[in-house]
Design a protein around this ligand. Structure first.
Ligand code: AP5
Ligand code: MG
Length: 255
């Protein structure tokens, strides 16, 4: 039997690598999801970015969500599941994906399990990025984003921007609408109430991993790469034990 590779891009078929980047607001989900997806040639799906882009483009569905986002509340499950389902069925998601900001409720997690089962391609690796609350508040209070490309920038300790324009595209840097102190508090509370229960939902799966997000970005990146490869390997072993099929437990290819 011909072996399959994880997210391989290798001849002879490949198994997708599907990752959920979980964690509270400010944990670094977007930062790490973007990097990991780029390095592995996967599709990054950030539900917050999709909504913000939709607002910029004046899409009715995103404009309806805006009020809730500005208050730090969650957008309804039906809307979010429909957005993610549509993305995951696109051809460019077939090599695998990195989800940033989804799922955020048990209902969304149930829906994702169904979509992943329908796709029937590759393991679902769940990484919970943990950061203490005082550090989350510090990061979000100091964040700026580019109005044009959405890239992050940071304020200096005295509150002045490190740069006045985006280093990537030259766009204007502004504070995100939901990064003021009051809304950040609400987002953290909503996380505790609605999203943290997902840790219990996923904890017993062989592909659930925890990463210490309170380290320099390169260290977080290294830890993430290690645990994701390890979880994918564990999943390949389980698949082999259950089905007898070989999904080559190699490291996911770096592009
Ligand atoms: P979303 O855009 O997903 O926001 P969030 O979850 O609140 O998270 P953030 O984007 O603020 O943080 P992050 O973890 O991505 O961290 P980042 O990498 O930017 O959602 C926004 C809203 O949309 C929600 O409130 C909700 O209304 C709605 N929504 C979205 N998805 C939804 C869903 N599924 N269901 C319902 N509603 C939904 O990093 C933060 C900062 O820290 C940056 O400045 C970064 O440079 C810095 N940083 C990153 N890593 C490090 C590090 N290791 N050390 C120091 N600084 C770091
Ligand atoms: Mg983000």
């Amino acid at each position: 039997m011909r072996s399959r590779t994880l997210c391989g891009g290798q001849p002879g078929g490949s198994v997708a690598l599907n990752v959920i980047m979980m964690g509270p607001p400010g944990a670094g989900k977007g930062t790490q999801a973007g990097r990991f997806a780029r390095e592995r040639g996967l599709l990054k799906i950030s539900t917050g970015d999709i909504l913000r882009e939709g607002i910029k483009a004046q899409l009715p569905v995103a404009l309806r969500a805006k009020e809730r986002m500005d208050r730090g509340e969650l957008v309804d499950d039906e809307t979010m599941v429909a957005i993610v389902r549509e993305r995951l069925l696109r051809p460019d998601a077939q090599r695998g994906f990195v989800l940033d900001g989804f799922p955020r409720t048990v209902e969304q997690a149930d829906a994702l399990d169904q979509i992943v089962a329908e796709r029937n391609n590759g393991p679902l690796v769940i990484v919970d990025v943990r950061v203490p609350e005082h550090e989350l508040v510090r990061r979000l209070a100091g964040r700026l984003i580019c109005v044009k490309c959405g890239a992050n920038a940071e304020l200096t300790k005295d509150g002045s921007p490190v740069a006045t324009v985006c280093g990537k595209c030259g766009g204007e840097l502004v504070q995100r609408a939901d990064d003021n102190e009051e809304v950040v508090r609400e987002r953290l509370e909503v996380y505790e109430r609605a999203t943290k229960p997902l840790v219990e939902f996923y904890r017993e799966r062989p592909t659930f991993r925890v990463v210490n997000g309170a380290q320099p970005q390169e260290r977080v990146a290294h830890e993430l790469d290690t645990v994701i490869d390890d979880a994918a390997l564990a999943s390949a072993r389980v698949e082999k034990a259950v089905t007898g099929k070989v999904a080559t437990p190699e490291k996911a290819a770096r592009t």
